[in-house]
Design a protein around this ligand. Structure first.
Ligand code: ATP
Length: 652
């Protein structure tokens, strides 16, 4: 019995819950502490200045216009007071401009940092994460979720600060003016706070659902409006159903947005009404206070105090309401932060060991060995969010054994051992799904073996630095990926510092130079997204040029299955021969003719090596290879094994 190594996973939510969100946000803002301190000073100065205003108003009434001692109005004092009343708003406004500039710089920079960190982190994630996660869902977290926390990082923080100080200063001033009236104004506040907390929780839940639905929509857009998606829907005439799917998600999004906008509206209306009618009650209480008719005792209430107090009270309304609204925004943003941190907490499964060895390119011989390798694909599991595929695979966190798993199921490779000596051309053959691609993916560590080891020149690939391993291994995949850019950029991707001559030489060796020169713009021709503007044979040769420019010691070749005309096939074949010369090559060949000269051929069936040898040895052995060979010949009338687009049974 082989012990099963695939095990229970910690969910990323477990991880996210390990560290509270707020300290993490604080850490995000740490590089900007000087600017934040300046904002704080600006806010305190502006709020304190604003709080002085009502005292000047009181003095206007009680000392300048209608002096309490019954003397004549003091116009000189009035001029000073009016001057002060005019200067304060101007200074406060100037401070406000400075503060908005500071907060917006801090907020946007912090957001850019977050987006950059997230991108960098995702870049480190293993292939399994991307095979199990919808591209749109990843894009949505990078774009929508990060954009969603923008307000909290720019406006919200300063709004909270500003309003807290304003409210604090106003309350202190109100207490100084009349503690009794202050008590009456504020007695319902605890109730408001409780209501606000409840609304906040609902809003947080809604925010999470809204982002999930937004992520679904981005995923649908990405799927349906990408070149492959459009091709698929046009070919199968599914345009209408794609539109219906999008409209459905769109309606859900609208419902959620409206629900989110309406949550807490009644609450805000109650608060607003309360503030609107409070002055009336204050006049009434003042009357009682002046006449000593309340249990709060008598007060020396003056007209100036009352005017100043009601001014303050009405000024309290805006900041308080804003504070409540903003706290709701914060709660909404916390939900988004959690979604972002959830991605940031995913541990990449393929990492570099401390003290990893760098392969020296000068010393590299290129011996590849798979030693008793068994492999099963990691189980994808659900992330919080979209049940419709916002999923990812093995996070690399392994804590214990999953012994309940049936022992035989799910192994893509079982106890595979093979050796490819330096400079050899090795071929892997076998029926479709037998694990050929999987075996080659283990060499550059696209996945890590579940058991056993992959060795390059005797080093376990897990002991090598990721970058030296990546430099040592080159790949030409079945469907070469070309990004939207010029042909030159696409080839130079392998070596950005390559000279024009080196790029052209690689293109010549790949038999594509003449074709490129035939395009009106030559090397500057735009390939179109994923190379859709090029033919299959052209794309393959461009991919070969790219790998020739990289010049790796080990080349992995997953030959394309699509049919090429004879001339193109000859060109590709020649290019491949040049590419495989003088380096270790592992080829998954779909044309038998291409591997007859291979130094060694491995026959793979159901994830196990069932035979190995040269073409002649394997034909003589009469096993899997012979069977595949005969099948291919029997279909080819001229007796020459041909390209095979029906790889189900003759995938070679
Ligand atoms: P083909 O010739 O059709 O390309 P192959 O021999 O290269 O086939 P692999 O692609 O290596 O076969 O697949 C081997 C097995 O692993 C198959 O059963 C396949 O369904 C499974 N498999 C491949 N990729 C994944 C993945 N990302 N997650 C889970 N299972 C996978």
């Amino acid at each position: 019995m082989r012990p099963s190594a695939v095990v229970t996973h910690l969910t990323s939510e477990d991880l996210a819950q390990r560290e509270p969100v707020l300290p993490r946000i604080a850490r995000l803002l740490r590089p900007y502490r000087v600017q934040i301190a300046l904002v704080l000073v600006a806010v305190v100065v502006a709020a304190s200045l604003s709080a002085v205003g009502p005292f000047l108003t009181r003095a206007v009434f009680d000392n300048a216009l209608f002096p309490l001692d019954g003397s004549e109005p003091d116009l000189g004092l009035l001029a000073w007071l009016v001057g002060g009343l005019c200067a304060i708003p101007v200074v406060v406004a100037l401070i406000g401009i400075f503060q908005v500039w500071l907060t917006s710089t801090v907020g946007n920079s912090a957001m850019a940092d977050l987006r950059g960190d997230l991108f960098e982190h995702l870049q480190k994630m293993e292939l399994a994460f991307f095979t199990a996660t919808k591209t749109g869902a990843i894009q949505s977290r990078l774009a929508n979720d990060v954009a969603g926390v923008r307000t909290v990082l720019t406006d919200t923080a300063s709004t909270i600060l500003q309003n807290t100080v304003t409210v604090g200063a106003a309350i202190v001033s109100m207490v100084v003016l009349s503690w009794q009236l202050t008590l009456i104004t504020l007695f319902v506040m605890p109730l408001f706070v409780l209501m606000q907390m409840r609304v906040g929780r609902v809003r947080q839940r809604l925010a999470r659902r809204t982002q999930e639905s937004l992520s679904d929509m981005t995923a649908i857009t990405e799927e349906a409006l990408s070149v492959s998606g459009i091709l698929l829907s046009k070919a199968f005439n599914r345009g209408d159903s794609e539109v219906a799917r999008y409209r459905g998600a769109n309606r859900r999004q609208t419902r959620l947005q409206v629900e989110q906008a309406m949550t807490g509206r009644t609450f805000f209306a109650v608060v607003q009404t309360f503030f609107a009618i409070t002055p009336a009650f204050l006049y009434l209480f003042s009357g009682w206070l002046i006449t000593g008719g309340t249990p709060l005792g008598e007060d020396t209430m003056t007209a100036g105090t009352l005017v100043a107090f009601t001014t303050l009270q009405s000024r309290l309304q805006m900041p308080l309401l804003q504070l409540m609204r903003v706290t709701l925004d914060v709660q909404t943003s916390l939900a988004l932060f959690r979604r972002i941190f959830e991605y940031l907490d995913l541990q990449p499964a393929i990492t570099e060991r401390p003290g990893a060895v760098a392969l020296d390119p000068a010393q590299l011989r290129g011996r590849v060995e798979l030693r008793e390798v068994s492999f099963r694909y990691p189980e994808p599991r659900a992330l919080s969010g979209s049940p419709a595929g916002d999923r990812f695979g093995d996070s690399g966190i392994r804590i214990g054994d999953d012994t309940d798993r049936p022992e035989t199921s799910g192994w893509a490779l079982e106890e595979v051992s093979l050796v490819v000596e330096p400079g050899q051309l090795a071929a892997i053959v076998g029926p479709s799904g037998s694990g050929k691609t999987t075996a080659t993916y283990l060499v550059p560590r696209f996945y890590d073996v579940t058991e056993g080891a992959v060795l390059i020149d005797g080093h376990d690939v897990r002991d090598l630095t990721l970058s030296s391993l990546a430099d040592a291994v080159g790949m030409v995949t079945q469907e070469p990926y070309l990004f939207h850019g010029t042909i030159r950029d696409n080839i130079a991707y392998a070596r950005p510092d390559a000279t024009a001559e080196q790029i052209e030489q690689a293109a010549r060796d790949a038999n594509i130079h003449d074709r490129i020169m035939g395009f009106p713009e030559g090397y500057e021709t735009i390939t179109g997204e994923r190379g859709y503007r090029l033919s299959g044979g052209e794309k393959q040769r461009l991919a070969i040029a790219r790998v020739l420019l990289k010049d790796p010691a080990i080349l992995i070749l997953d030959e394309a299955t699509s049919a090429l005309d004879n001339e193109t096939e000859r060109l590709v074949q020649e290019a491949l021969e040049r590419a495989t010369r003088s380096r270790t090559t592992i080829a998954i060949a779909h044309r038998l003719s291409t591997i007859q000269s291979a130094d060694v051929i491995f026959g793979l069936e159901d994830g196990r090596i069932v035979e190995q040898g040269t073409h002649h040895q394997l034909i003589a052995a009469g096993g899997l290879y012979k069977r595949l060979y005969d099948e291919q010949f029997s279909r080819e009338p001229h007796g020459r094994p041909q390209c095979d687009s029906r790889r189900a049974d003759v995938s070679l």
